[in-house]
Ligand binder design. Structure first.
Ligand SMILES: [Zn+2]
Length: 122
């Protein structure tokens, strides 16, 4: 099995309800996203999938989040835009974009600071 990792980032604001008091105030992060895809077979060029293809998909997804107030986005209306839910959103969105290819999303990690991250494992 081969696994590729692509890294991207976005800056956005959020407000977490029902958590620690500090997080209930409107604030922002520069999130760093690591997305992993995996598959078993390499193509004739000896690669699993073109990095550029995954980067382009991830970049599309980042543009839906970048410089937004995440609480106002449709997909977070039923849940806090926590790093956990952001990781899951990115994983599901990326999987939709690569459906039908030889690879699948295995995990997505959302770093909200240098020392804290959440990973969604597919
Ligand atoms: Zn936060």
């Amino acid at each position: 099995m081969f696994e590729l990792k692509i890294v991207a980032d976005f800056a956005a604001a959020h407000q977490l309800k029902m958590v620690a008091k500090k997080c209930e105030n409107l604030h922002g992060h520069n999130w760093k996203i690591e997305a992993c895809v995996a598959g078993e077979r390499l193509n004739d060029a000896g690669v699993l999938v073109d990095f550029g293809e995954i980067k382009a998909h991830l970049s599309d997804i980042m543009s839906t989040l970048d410089h937004k107030f995440l609480n106002e986005l449709d997909f977070f209306k039923d849940g806090n835009p926590s790093s956990e839910n952001i990781a899951r959103f990115v994983a599901k969105s990326l999987q939709k974009k690569i459906n039908g290819t030889a690879v699948k999303v295995t995990r997505v990690t959302a770093w909200e600071s240098d020392s804290a991250c959440a990973t969604y494992i597919c």
